[in-house]
Design a protein around this ligand. Sequence first.
Ligand SMILES: C[S@@+](CC[C@H](N)C(=O)[O-])C[C@H]1O[C@@H](n2cnc3c(N)ncnc32)[C@H](O)[C@@H]1O
Length: 449
Amino acid sequence: MAESQLRALAAEITKLADSFATSLEEKNLPEASFSVDSPMSHKGITAEMFMTRQTLSDKLQDMWYLVQGPSESVHNYVHNVVPDAACLNVLNHFNFWEAVPLEGSASYSEIAERVSLPLDAVTRLIQHGTTLRLFEEVSSSRVKHTSRSAALARQPGLQALVSSVLDITGAPMMAMASALEKYSKGKSELTQDLSETAFALFHGTGPLGKKYTNSWEYLENDGEGERRGWRQAKFVEFMRYIKEIFHLEGIVLNAYDWQSAGKSTIVDVGGSAGHDAILLARKYPDLKLIVQDMPMVQPVFEADLPDDVRDRVSFVAHDIYQPQPTQADIYIVKMILHDYSESEAAKILKALTPGLRPGNRVIVIEYIGKVDEGEAEGEDDKKKDALPLSIRQMGTATDLRMMAIFNAKERPAESYRGIFKAADERFDVVSLKADPLTFFAVIEAVWRG
Ligand SMILES: C[S@@+](CC[C@H](N)C(=O)[O-])C[C@H]1O[C@@H](n2cnc3c(N)ncnc32)[C@H](O)[C@@H]1O
């Protein structure tokens, strides 16, 4: 009889889990558990431990597929995936996390009162949540937190991530089949038109009563009266969270020799509520920074701007597609172009050019979710194969999200040379550094004029 694949996988899982647990012990790092006092994340793990963890995740996923068998693994996935996502989204939207105390428990009726929803809906939502280890029943009428629901209660940034990724892109992504059917079927290239995305199709026909072409318009305009802008405020929180979990401070500080910039003026184009500008202002007292973003970001900026940098960091509402109104020495464009197709990204860079003077710089800092493809095919295939599927999936998932929301795609770092060139021949790309470990690239261009 052939050797059991299940046993072989189980042995690999045991070995990898043992290796991960041993490394945690050696580094004196606590192991995560389902209990409310568990660490929120495995902070402090090395790159090697990260790879072990992701390889272990791959094996566990394979085990799941194989124990279910091919048909049922598909069937069961389809059965659960959307209710799972919808449940998490609703729990998050109504902030069930804070309706249950971190210590102790709450009854279903207490939670219903706190989240202002009918008891029946609350009970059913939480009961599904418990199958995902979000809350745990302590009796037939009371629940307490697990570590996963507690992580959401404790981290507004994680709540903002659920809101900004799941709530904004979840339903529109399910319209991808209809969008491809309508705009790209039978064509050799995917449309790059921003009005022909799954997002635009979903919102353009007004399922929620409003028409939005892209997610930025939605973030900016959703909500009536006082509530308008709530999604922008969440998105700002999401960006701060991303900065924290991916340790982006170092990437911003190392993107350029800021000391050499002296008394420069810097514009952070699409700079959210100024987290990067504040970081640079604090570290380099000679720099003056102007943050540009959409109007509904301004109240968040004003409310959160620390006193110590008030005289050097300011905000101007500006649309990145419009000609740049501010004269500066350096323009930072961080995590912006990523959301747009090459032609749209070139338009955004082109909009910077009217006021540029020779020697001015544009520093693009961008997430690179995919391994470079194209050149040296054999080598790249090897690099790609070496990556655990769970890591590749992070890149391919972002890539599909980009397709659904912006008709854009994950691009290799090198493609930014072409985007600068398409924007204007007078840009000289003087440096391009991509770090596969951080998934970020820094591309620096100087305006020749
Ligand atoms: C992914 S976030 C990046 C934020 C920030 N640069 C960072 O790295 O954390 C993209 C930003 O671009 C802004 N944005 C999108 N479209 C814009 C537009 N047309 N005009 C101005 N800002 C825009 C969004 O509001 C958001 O703050």
